[in-house]
Design a protein around this ligand. Sequence first.
Ligand code: ATP
Length: 357
Amino acid sequence: MVRATTVGDVTVIAIESLSKRFPRVTALDRLSVDITPGVTGLVGANGAGKSTLIKILLGLSPATEGRAAVLGLDVATEGSAIRERVGYMPEHDCLPPDVSATEFVVHMARMSGLPPTAARERTADTLRHVGLYEERYRPIGGYSTGMKQRVKLAQALVHDPQLVLLDEPTNGLDPVGRDDMLGLIRRVHTDFGISVLVTSHLLGELERTCDHVVVIDGGKLLRSSSTSDFTQTTASLAVEVTDTDTHPDGTKALGKALADAGLAVQPMGRSSDSAYAAGHVLLVDVDGEETYDVVRDTVAGLGLGLVRMEQRRHHISEIFRDDTGDGGSASAGDGGATTGGPARPDANEKGAAHHVA
Ligand SMILES: Nc1ncnc2c1ncn2[C@@H]1O[C@H](COP(=O)(O)OP(=O)(O)OP(=O)(O)O)[C@@H](O)[C@H]1O
């Protein structure tokens, strides 16, 4: 296996055919993926194997098969060296209620080997960075969920790691809290150059935050690509038309005519984007400049009124929806639209071999 390092902008995490089997469940199933510097989202439905992967990467839990290296260190044999260089924000609440954020984060810094003065200085800096400076002497038990998540982030950052693994950092947060946390995560990389692997079951929020997205389902890799590849390669036109006496369902008539003209078209169903009225908007795949002309001419030919024709990037959540209209298992909770569209290449395997008992 190639030993991954951070030098020269190469792989930060190398995962090679990694499996983790519990007695009744295969949590990871021959997963192979490389993660490069930057902010990477690891997305999957509940139970997809995200937390299991993070624990293996930290050297806290052995893999059943396969290998992985973090910052060039083997997870099987060099766990403590990995944990010196990597920060970890666990998913579940793990904070002592009776101590202040300062006491807790100083303690974690000392555990990571920082001398007392450096630990106090780094704690103050880190708590300021996460926006907890004013409240730093209050007991954590009185904190809101958002503040607790920030303490967890601070303790992951305090020893100045090269990489942080953040397990569901937006869990339990309201939309404003989510946005704040995602902004903080982005700045962990832009301000400090720390690489980030962040898990979520919400594709939409990773789309806004991450340079790269890795999608897993049932412990298998579904897709790994840059965020822009996810969205830009699937540019489409949202087209809305009026009905007429001749065409009482103008949307349906246009959809048929555009399909006859050779365009890939589908009705937009449920969407996280409230600007679009479900059932009255068609999504047309853009296949060059001529697509606009074909749509305009077809609308005119049918005598329909054109309400809108606008370019629209797909949300990642739409790329992983299933064909049933229920939403893909990796799109849970983000209001992903669910009409037809570019299907996952391996959609038939979704969830395969997840529960093996
Ligand atoms: N210690 C364990 N013993 C048995 N099964 C486990 C154990 N840990 C995880 N699993 C199972 O492995 C699968 C993957 O779990 P994991 O926690 O990694 O998923 P996840 O993607 O992090 O989901 P969530 O977001 O709900 O935590 C699940 O089916 C889970 O029940």
